[in-house]
Design a protein. Structure first.
Length: 275
């Protein structure tokens, strides 16, 4: 559809510019709202952020870090040696490079992204990663997440970090994820969902769409799309509500911080494909 391609062009342009500058849209914090209160509503390091620190400590991954994430799906994934992991919207490769040592030399991690500039940056980061770790288990493929460049039942695990909300057809993404998973495989995705409807002006705000918010689904619709794709055992692993004080220095979200306060949340979801 023309509307879908227009949305992809918007996202591709926004993230292509980020890749060329090699800086985050939020000065090292999340592009989707910065640090948020934890699931209990208390400020400070959330359980998800603590998990992220632990994962980074064990993998020592630094390649691909651009501050563009809204969660840490790898920390919740319990990746085992020999697994094939697929990262939807892999960007500069941050989560791919964290997952690769966990999957080990007999495993494989595949990153899929549609933005040429991000893929170029990811492949440059891959050279550093390979030199640092000696691992040769990472591959980046060009493609859209609504039509993944992978075989049926190729992956044991699918992860994604603040990307599915950018898709113009989110149900199609989950159907493709279901196709790409082996029976018994599972997804762990971090994303932005809406707790309430956004004002019409913000829904049409191109910059806010690129900042992960304007294109987000209502929470019930997002979880419903996962169920409709065939997944079972759906559960929330983390749930952090956006607060205006967490908008950091991002010029896009800071302008709409009052309207966004409490309207959006960063969640991490688990779901599995039955055997």
């Amino acid at each position: 559809m023309k509307t879908h391609e227009k949305t992809r062009q918007l996202v591709r342009k926004a993230y292509g510019e980020v890749a060329q500058k090699s800086v985050s849209c939020c000065s090292g914090s999340s592009c989707c709202g910065g640090s948020a209160p934890d699931a209990t509503g208390k400020k400070g390091l959330s359980g998800e952020m603590k998990a992220m620190k632990k994962a980074l400590k064990h993998t020592a991954a630094s390649e691909g870090e651009m501050g563009l994430s809204c969660g840490n799906p790898v920390a919740f994934s319990k990746i085992k040696k020999g697994m094939t992991v697929l990262d939807l919207g892999s960007g500069a490769g941050k989560d791919v490079f964290i997952a690769a040592p966990l999957a080990g030399a007999k495993g494989k991690v595949i990153g899929v992204d549609m933005t040429p500039e991000m893929l170029k940056l990811a492949k440059a980061n891959l050279v550093k990663f390979t030199k640092r770790t000696g691992l040769a288990n990472v591959e980046f493929r060009k493609g859209v997440i609504e039509k993944l460049p992978v075989k049926n039942a190729e992956a044991d695990l699918i992860i994604s970090n603040c990307v599915i909300n950018l898709s113009p057809d989110k149900p199609a993404v989950f159907r493709e994820a279901f196709r790409a998973l082996k029976p018994g495989g599972f997804i762990v995705v971090s994303d932005i969902v809406l707790n309430r409807e956004l004002p019409p002006a913000l829904k049409k705000h191109a910059g806010l769409y690129a900042a992960c918010v304007a294109g987000a689904l209502q929470r019930r619709d997002y979880l419903g799309a996962i169920k409709a794709a065939g997944f079972t055992g759906i559960k929330l692993l983390s749930d952090n509500t956006y607060r205006s004080e967490g908008s950091c220095s991002d010029p896009i979200t800071s302008k709409a911080s009052k309207a966004l306060d409490g309207a959006a949340a960063s969640i991490t979801v688990y779901a599995r494909k039955a055997k």
